[in-house]
Design a protein around this ligand. Structure first.
Ligand code: FE
Length: 165
Protein backbone atom coordinates (compact mmCIF):
# COMPACT_ATOMS: atom_id res chain seq x y z
CA UNK A 1 0.00 0.00 0.00
CA UNK A 2 1.16 3.48 -0.72
CA UNK A 3 0.52 6.56 1.33
CA UNK A 4 -1.37 9.12 -0.70
CA UNK A 5 0.61 12.26 -1.16
CA UNK A 6 -0.23 15.61 -2.64
CA UNK A 7 1.93 16.27 -5.69
CA UNK A 8 3.03 19.82 -6.35
CA UNK A 9 0.96 21.62 -8.98
CA UNK A 10 2.80 21.89 -12.28
CA UNK A 11 4.28 25.29 -12.94
CA UNK A 12 3.84 27.25 -16.14
CA UNK A 13 5.40 30.36 -17.62
CA UNK A 14 4.44 33.75 -16.18
CA UNK A 15 3.96 35.29 -19.63
CA UNK A 16 4.32 38.96 -20.54
CA UNK A 17 1.20 40.45 -18.91
CA UNK A 18 1.79 40.08 -15.18
CA UNK A 19 1.44 43.33 -13.30
CA UNK A 20 2.29 43.57 -9.59
CA UNK A 21 0.03 45.38 -7.18
CA UNK A 22 -3.32 43.82 -8.05
CA UNK A 23 -6.08 44.74 -5.60
CA UNK A 24 -7.21 42.34 -2.90
CA UNK A 25 -10.57 41.15 -4.21
CA UNK A 26 -12.15 37.93 -5.38
CA UNK A 27 -14.93 39.47 -7.44
CA UNK A 28 -13.31 40.56 -10.67
CA UNK A 29 -16.49 41.05 -12.67
CA UNK A 30 -18.36 44.34 -12.76
CA UNK A 31 -21.82 44.95 -14.24
CA UNK A 32 -20.16 45.91 -17.53
CA UNK A 33 -17.90 42.86 -17.82
CA UNK A 34 -18.74 40.91 -20.95
CA UNK A 35 -18.46 37.17 -21.29
CA UNK A 36 -19.47 33.95 -19.62
CA UNK A 37 -19.32 34.19 -15.85
CA UNK A 38 -16.96 31.78 -14.15
CA UNK A 39 -16.69 30.82 -10.50
CA UNK A 40 -13.17 29.54 -9.83
CA UNK A 41 -12.63 27.82 -6.51
CA UNK A 42 -10.16 25.48 -4.89
CA UNK A 43 -7.87 24.95 -1.97
CA UNK A 44 -4.23 25.72 -1.43
CA UNK A 45 -2.60 22.59 -0.05
CA UNK A 46 0.87 21.64 1.12
CA UNK A 47 2.69 19.13 -1.04
CA UNK A 48 3.65 15.83 0.54
CA UNK A 49 1.95 13.34 2.79
CA UNK A 50 0.14 15.88 4.95
CA UNK A 51 -1.75 17.64 2.14
CA UNK A 52 -2.33 20.26 4.82
CA UNK A 53 -4.71 23.07 3.96
CA UNK A 54 -2.82 26.34 3.90
CA UNK A 55 -4.83 29.20 5.35
CA UNK A 56 -3.76 32.80 4.79
CA UNK A 57 -2.04 31.85 1.56
CA UNK A 58 -2.38 34.43 -1.19
CA UNK A 59 -3.79 33.40 -4.55
CA UNK A 60 -3.43 35.96 -7.31
CA UNK A 61 -4.91 35.66 -10.79
CA UNK A 62 -4.74 37.70 -13.96
CA UNK A 63 -6.32 36.96 -17.29
CA UNK A 64 -7.55 38.21 -20.64
CA UNK A 65 -11.12 39.42 -21.00
CA UNK A 66 -13.66 37.58 -23.12
CA UNK A 67 -12.24 39.20 -26.26
CA UNK A 68 -8.70 38.11 -25.47
CA UNK A 69 -7.34 41.41 -24.19
CA UNK A 70 -5.42 42.07 -20.97
CA UNK A 71 -5.97 45.27 -19.04
CA UNK A 72 -2.45 46.62 -18.97
CA UNK A 73 -3.61 50.14 -18.09
CA UNK A 74 -5.52 49.26 -14.95
CA UNK A 75 -6.31 46.15 -12.96
CA UNK A 76 -9.32 44.75 -14.78
CA UNK A 77 -9.59 40.99 -14.30
CA UNK A 78 -6.67 41.05 -11.89
CA UNK A 79 -6.98 40.34 -8.20
CA UNK A 80 -5.72 38.42 -5.21
CA UNK A 81 -7.40 36.75 -2.27
CA UNK A 82 -6.31 35.14 0.99
CA UNK A 83 -7.31 31.57 1.67
CA UNK A 84 -9.54 30.90 4.64
CA UNK A 85 -8.87 28.43 7.44
CA UNK A 86 -9.65 25.50 5.14
CA UNK A 87 -7.23 26.76 2.50
CA UNK A 88 -10.12 27.71 0.25
CA UNK A 89 -10.05 30.46 -2.34
CA UNK A 90 -12.77 31.80 -4.64
CA UNK A 91 -12.90 34.14 -7.62
CA UNK A 92 -15.80 35.44 -9.67
CA UNK A 93 -14.60 36.21 -13.15
CA UNK A 94 -15.31 35.35 -16.79
CA UNK A 95 -14.03 32.72 -19.19
CA UNK A 96 -11.02 34.35 -20.84
CA UNK A 97 -10.85 34.73 -24.60
CA UNK A 98 -8.18 33.60 -27.01
CA UNK A 99 -5.30 35.82 -28.05
CA UNK A 100 -2.56 35.49 -30.60
CA UNK A 101 0.90 34.45 -29.55
CA UNK A 102 2.81 34.99 -32.77
CA UNK A 103 0.83 33.20 -35.48
CA UNK A 104 -0.95 30.87 -33.07
CA UNK A 105 -3.87 31.46 -30.70
CA UNK A 106 -3.31 30.46 -27.12
CA UNK A 107 -6.00 28.34 -25.45
CA UNK A 108 -8.07 30.15 -22.83
CA UNK A 109 -6.14 30.29 -19.57
CA UNK A 110 -6.00 32.01 -16.22
CA UNK A 111 -2.61 32.95 -14.82
CA UNK A 112 -2.04 32.15 -11.15
CA UNK A 113 0.54 32.93 -8.51
CA UNK A 114 0.52 31.58 -4.97
CA UNK A 115 2.36 33.21 -2.10
CA UNK A 116 2.68 31.60 1.31
CA UNK A 117 4.14 33.49 4.22
CA UNK A 118 5.20 36.26 1.87
CA UNK A 119 7.23 34.04 -0.47
CA UNK A 120 6.24 33.03 -3.96
CA UNK A 121 5.59 29.29 -4.21
CA UNK A 122 3.95 28.83 -7.58
CA UNK A 123 3.44 30.55 -10.92
CA UNK A 124 1.23 28.66 -13.30
CA UNK A 125 -1.71 28.82 -15.70
CA UNK A 126 -5.05 27.02 -15.56
CA UNK A 127 -6.71 25.85 -18.77
CA UNK A 128 -10.20 24.67 -19.74
CA UNK A 129 -11.31 21.30 -21.04
CA UNK A 130 -12.60 21.31 -24.59
CA UNK A 131 -10.68 24.37 -25.75
CA UNK A 132 -9.85 23.97 -29.46
CA UNK A 133 -6.30 25.26 -28.94
CA UNK A 134 -5.37 22.94 -26.07
CA UNK A 135 -3.88 20.45 -28.49
CA UNK A 136 -1.61 22.87 -30.32
CA UNK A 137 -0.36 25.15 -27.56
CA UNK A 138 3.36 24.80 -26.81
CA UNK A 139 3.01 25.81 -23.13
CA UNK A 140 0.01 23.87 -21.86
CA UNK A 141 0.39 20.92 -19.50
CA UNK A 142 -2.41 18.38 -19.34
CA UNK A 143 -2.47 18.39 -15.54
CA UNK A 144 -3.43 22.08 -15.62
CA UNK A 145 -6.65 21.58 -17.60
CA UNK A 146 -9.78 22.16 -15.51
CA UNK A 147 -13.19 20.58 -15.91
CA UNK A 148 -16.03 23.03 -16.43
CA UNK A 149 -19.43 22.69 -14.82
CA UNK A 150 -22.55 24.50 -15.93
CA UNK A 151 -24.08 26.51 -13.09
CA UNK A 152 -27.14 27.70 -14.97
CA UNK A 153 -25.94 31.29 -14.93
CA UNK A 154 -22.40 30.54 -16.04
CA UNK A 155 -19.63 28.05 -15.46
CA UNK A 156 -17.73 26.79 -12.45
CA UNK A 157 -14.30 25.26 -12.21
CA UNK A 158 -12.35 23.98 -9.25
CA UNK A 159 -8.62 23.48 -8.97
CA UNK A 160 -6.49 22.76 -5.93
CA UNK A 161 -3.13 24.47 -5.88
CA UNK A 162 -0.52 22.28 -4.23
CA UNK A 163 2.69 24.02 -3.23
CA UNK A 164 5.90 23.09 -1.47
CA UNK A 165 5.28 23.66 2.20
FE1 FE B 1 -1.85 34.84 -20.83
Amino acid sequence: ATTPTCAETEDNIEGPFYKPGAPERGVLVTPSTKGTHLILTGQVLAAGASCAALGKAEVEIWQADARGGYDNQGYGLRGRVRTDGTGAYRFETVIPGHYLNGPQYRPAHIHVKVHVGGSERLTTQLYFEGDPYNDVDPFIKKALIMKLDDTGSGRAASYDLVVAA
